[in-house]
Design a binder for this molecule. Structure first.
Ligand code: SF4
Ligand code: FES
Length: 245
């Protein structure tokens, strides 16, 4: 038998299905069995399940390349990007999928990360604050390349929400600004275009729903698919904010 004809092993998916907008819907795990193919990702597996077994199954994907941040879900207890996760990583072929906690559930595996990220952006005033009236005739000031690099590094956040759904504080305290929010503050803090002072940042995050809510459990950084230095930046901001107390 050639490789092309070789049968793949059987995968067993256990997927949480629930539609909170329907009164008669109750959360339940539904089992699906499919044949594994070479290089199969959870994205491919979920599409096969939806095409061949359950057309009603809800989940989110856009880019399929780890860029858009749409496909976060809890895979065997760990928040992961489904488009970047191979079924081959699960030797026993048993894969449990649940929606990410901390976000509003839309249906099945689909959660509203956009709503959470929008609220966070407003909360941390995620825009450049300048003290002067902007003069468009003035030449832009040069930025030190190292500072520009650091700003771009923190700007790589794709707003997937994996850090938030793995954060114990965010799960216990819905008003916590979360690792993604603290990363956003760190990004503006390093950007010389933003004229906000440490006192201004303290007003935004100087409490238990901000920088002092983090318990330094490190799960955010462990799960960030972009490997952002979340704990280093949180520790730096905390030191800054403590010195203002
Ligand atoms: S910081 Fe990392 S894990 Fe958190 S939203 Fe951004 S990319 Fe996702
Ligand atoms: S589909 Fe875009 S990050 Fe997974």
């Amino acid at each position: 038998m050639s490789n092309a004809q070789k049968k793949g092993r059987e995968l067993t998916f256990s997927i949480l299905k629930y539609n909170p907008s329907k009164k008669d819907s109750k959360p339940e795990f539904v089992e699906f069995k499919i044949e594994e193919t070479a290089g199969m990702t959870l994205f491919i597996a979920l599409n096969i399940i939806r095409e061949k077994i359950d057309a009603d199954l809800a989940f989110d994907f856009v880019c399929r390349a780890g860029i858009c941040g749409s496909c976060g879900m809890v895979v065997n207890g760990k928040p992961l990007l489904a488009c970047r996760t191979l079924t081959a990583d699960y030797p026993d072929g048993k894969i449990q999928l649940m929606p990410m906690p901390a976000f509003e559930l839309i249906r099945d595996l689909s959660v509203n990360t956009g709503k959470w990220m929008d609220a966070m952006s407003v909360r941390v005033e995620s825009w450049i604050h300048i003290n002067e009236v902007h003069d468009i005739a003035k030449l832009e000031e040069k930025v030190d390349p190292d500072v520009a690099d650091e700003t771009f590094e923190l700007d790589r956040c794709i707003e997937c929400g994996l850090c938030v759904s793995s954060c114990a504080t965010a799960l216990m305290r819905p008003d916590f600004v979360g690792p993604a929010g603290l990363n956003r503050i760190a990004r503006f803090h390093v950007d010389p275009h933003d004229n906000r002072t440490d006192e201004d940042y303290y007003e935004l995050i100087g409490d238990d729903n901000g920088i002092f809510g983090c318990m330094s459990l490190m799960a955010c950084e462990d799960h960030c698919p972009k490997e952002l230095p979340l704990q280093e930046k949180i520790a730096y901001l905390r030191r800054k904010m403590v010195s203002l107390k």
